[in-house]
Design a protein around this ligand. Sequence first.
Ligand SMILES: Nc1ncnc2c1ncn2[C@@H]1O[C@H](COP(=O)(O)OP(=O)(O)OP(=O)(O)O)[C@@H](O)[C@H]1O
Length: 288
Amino acid sequence: MEPILQVKDLTHTYGAGTPFQRSAVEHMSFDVNEGEFLGIIGHTGSGKSTLIQHLNGLLQPTAGEILLRGKNIWAEPKKIREVRFKVGLVFQYPEYQLFEETVYKDIAFGPANQGKTGDELDHAVREAAKLVGIRDDQLEKSPFELSGGQKRRVALAGVLAMEPEVLVLDEPTAGLDPAGRENLMANIRDYHRNKGKTIILVSHSMDEIARNVDRILVLKNAHVLMQGTPAEVFARGEELLSAGLDVPQITRIAMELKRRGVDIDPAVYTVEALERQLLALRKGGAGC
Ligand SMILES: Nc1ncnc2c1ncn2[C@@H]1O[C@H](COP(=O)(O)OP(=O)(O)OP(=O)(O)O)[C@@H](O)[C@H]1O
């Protein structure tokens, strides 16, 4: 099946032709499959935000292409608005962009712009609110009466209400406490499971990435350093650490056990997988 999104030899240079010229993305290529949950990780300044702003045409490539269902999104620049509806981008700290007087109106802003009216608009708003755990009685409140985590849910609902084919989330859990982070990720996982939509998640947290995604893209200094399933990427734990990146806590423990001579495969990233290996070792030992 054709990938839903293809990034082909993408380069983006800020301030091209000026003394401040800087390439934030250089020759990046990768595909995103329909229904996939892709995680993007990389240290600060590695190019994550620049990359994802190309996926819905907020930034235009200096070189290379973005294909959505096989079509270059800039083939007809006048239609870039449609691309922005199909690829929904939720920025970092999106709650700062809430401005309407009620939660309902804020969620309705995007889908109304898309041309939805009447029952269709009402359904889109209520459905999106439900997906992110905003109750009906909160819809008529001012967004400013809500907690930080709830405000963020409202901003996310505003994008979901546009029913994007691809949802791109830039650090959706930044600044939330551990319970808030896990609650929001649970909503995002449910959305992925129930709607089967493609999600691209940018995160600084290897643990968050490891727990949620099907495939990982690791960026370093404007390039793709590696890509693969979590098992494939974490099998290269030493390389990640020497590139100044993190590994999930479980992988770190497994790597340390391996270093101490325990006969273990360090490419594990879930408690269950580590437990299985340790139990197998114990059984093996008991049989000796
Ligand atoms: N508007 C801009 N003008 C000039 N340079 C920029 C601009 N935006 C980003 N950069 C530079 O491009 C590089 C990549 O930045 P980008 O924000 O894409 O990285 P990032 O991986 O998202 O970082 P973070 O994790 O801190 O959000 C950085 O060196 C940054 O300083």
